[in-house]
Design a protein around this ligand. Structure first.
Ligand code: TYM
Length: 331
């Protein structure tokens, strides 16, 4: 069986963009792969975090992974900082990465711009990609399901793996990115030219998975569209309505072309009202499952088991990496 790896940061509550770009794919793929899902708390501290909030969000994120429909019997779910191999791998990969290639990452450039105004730019923000590459390479992952904002990081992961294989020892599998068919980049509700992000200052621009369902429906109804009236997917000219069509299609598994037909001749208002109801129903069902896992003793058991299983596999790869680099004594 081939291996899958993916991660989500506990830097806030995930949005429906994260759900559509990541979690939905995870659930669809869990039967086909030996799947490792990680709560990447070490990535989260590349920007300042409140320690109590980070712990709380880490736990919530575990319940969110499970509420999405992942089966704890089939998958491995764990917290990055609890598997020490990740930090070790990150250090080794940093030593074969170039400052220039890391400075070229668009996520670094975006976050650095934001951070610089507030607290200065941490070195961790720059070396974020080697930590992420380590996550993936430790498990010899064949596929990495993500939203399209992670494309550059996966390309870097392949490059650094290839470099290591060629220079030291051929130990890493080159991972393939897996983007969702619809919704690889869900856009902001009030500015559909920008990605939907949980760290956006404007609360109206995103819907989190734990938002009040009625408030979420309201956010959809007041989402920015255009002055035209036709409900048609056209990303260039109608980014707002195209984004809402993607959300609708992904949450109902209806094709975008079928939705266009269904709403032919109807107004944006009617379309948004219906989508608001779809989102509301989705969140009610999701939050039911979320509350169950958050309040269940099972959550810690699942995370303990996940940590042990992940450590077992990752430690073997660390040994191979250290051997290839000549670290420590001969074993
Ligand atoms: P993060 O925590 O920002 O986002 C988690 C996942 O959600 C996807 N995503 C989106 N998809 C569609 N539309 C959006 N608006 C949207 N916003 C976010 C992201 O692409 C991602 O799949 N660096 C990663 C975490 C990470 C990781 C890894 C991922 C660390 N190690 C190893 C894969 C493999 C990140 O910051 O994701």
């Amino acid at each position: 069986m081939k291996t899958l790896f993916s991660g989500v940061q506990p830097s806030g509550i995930p949005t429906i963009g994260n759900y559509i770009g990541a979690y939905k794919q995870f659930v669809e793929l869990q039967d086909q792969y030996d799947s490792y899902f990680c709560i990447v708390d070490q990535h989260a501290i590349t920007v300042p975090q409140d320690r109590l909030k980070l712990r709380e969000n880490t736990r919530k994120l575990a319940a969110i992974y499970l509420a999405s429909g992942l089966d704890p019997e089939k998958i491995t779910l764990f917290i990055q900082s609890e598997v020490s191999a990740h930090a070790k791998a990150a250090w080794m990969l940093q030593c074969i990465s170039y400052i220039g290639e890391l400075e070229r990452m668009t996520q670094f450039k975006d976050k650095a711009r934001k951070q610089n105004q507030r607290d200065g730019i941490s070195v961790g923000l720059l070396t974020y990609p080697p930590l992420m590459a380590g996550d993936i390479l430790l498990y010899n992952a064949d596929v990495v399901p993500v939203g399209d904002d992670q494309t550059q990081h996966i390309e870097y992961t392949r490059n650094v793996a290839e470099r290591f294989n060629a220079k030291y020892n051929d130990i890493f599998t080159l991972p393939q990115i897996k983007l969702p068919e619809v919704g690889g980049r869900i856009m902001s509700l009030n500015d559909p030219t920008k990605k939907m992000s949980k760290s956006d200052d404007n609360q109206k621009s995103f819907i989190t998975l734990l938002d009040d369902p009625n408030q979420a429906a309201k956010k959809i109804r007041s989402a920015v569209t255009d002055s035209d009236t036709v409900i048609k997917y056209d990303k260039e000219n109608k980014p707002g309505i195209s984004n809402l069509l993607s959300i609708y299609s992904s949450l109902t598994d209806k094709k975008v072309s079928d939705l266009e037909q269904q709403y032919e001749g109807l107004s944006y208002g009617e379309f948004k009202k219906d989508l608001g109801e779809v989102v509301k129903e989705f969140l009610i069902e999701f939050q039911d499952k979320y509350n169950y896992y958050l309040n269940s003793d099972k959550l810690d058991e699942i995370l303990d088991e996940g940590r042990d299983k992940a450590s077992f596999k990752a430690d073997k790869m660390i040994e191979k990496m250290e051997r290839a680099l000549g670290l420590g004594r001969k074993r």
